[in-house]
Design a protein around this ligand. Structure first.
Ligand code: SF4
Length: 232
């Protein structure tokens, strides 16, 4: 019994010490867990992104593009990086590729405002060059935190960079697309279904019937998984 009391005392002292050093009372043992306000937390991440200078892109960008959409979205679309239009407006997928993405989302009978749309990189690489590995390493924690907060049912990775980064693989987008993969926000978390597909910008450059069908096939699998009616 005395041993239990000693352990309780030690834990209590530890909590008080942590509370003292953290300058607040949030670690008090009688703290009631508050539900996380995802929208507020996402806005805090967005504010961090707008002030971020962790890589060189922070100097060359016009606006950072944290991503936007519903805080409790069932689907999150993740692209590669902002382009010129996105850099000018500070919003993800607002250029031509963004317009095509809107068409794809609406063809799924989903409102664009009901999903969350963002990128692996939050700032535009000059001349739309490919993201560099050190830029991805610096920026990825923002996306990981966004996904952890939103906890979507499905992540759609748009293009090779998004798919390869999120799945930590060197496989090509052609090999990855067309089936669900597991994405984990943490070691303890349940996996989230991740569907890789072609980036709308790639689709615009290669607007063949075959490529459009492949993307639509991928989106139909997403719709089926979410229980949405499948249109032929
Ligand atoms: S790309 Fe990401 S890591 Fe680099 S400055 Fe922008 S927000 Fe920060």
């Amino acid at each position: 019994m005395k041993e239990d009391t000693d352990i309780d005392k030690a834990i209590s002292q530890h909590i008080e010490m942590e509370s003292f050093f953290s300058g607040g009372t949030s670690l008090r043992s009688d703290k009631v867990e508050q539900p996380i306000d995802s929208a507020k937390e996402l806005e805090l991440i967005a504010a961090e992104v707008r002030a971020c200078r962790k890589c060189d892109l922070g100097e060359s960008r016009t606006n950072a593009v944290p991503g936007q959409g519903k805080a409790n979205a069932k689907i999150v679309f993740v692209g590669e990086a902002p382009g010129a239009d996105e850099d000018a407006q500070g919003l993800a997928f607002v250029g031509r590729a963004g317009q095509l993405l809107t068409k794809i989302i609406e063809a799924m009978d989903v409102n664009r405002t009901d999903v969350f749309i963002c990128n692996i990189l939050k700032c535009r690489p000059p001349g739309n060059r490919d993201p560099k590995p050190d830029e991805i390493i610096s920026c990825l924690p923002y996306l990981q935190r966004q996904l952890e907060l939103i906890e979507p049912e499905i992540i759609v990775a748009l293009g090779a960079h998004a798919a390869k980064t999120l799945l930590n693989t060197n496989s090509t987008i052609g090999q990855l697309r067309g089936r669900f993969h597991d994405y984990y926000t943490s070691e303890e978390a349940e996996p989230i279904n991740l569907m890789p597909t072609y980036h709308p910008a790639y689709l615009l450059r290669n607007y063949s019937q075959d490529n459009r069908k492949k993307v639509w096939d991928d989106m139909q699998k997403v719709m089926k998984e979410l229980g949405l009616p499948i249109k032929k």
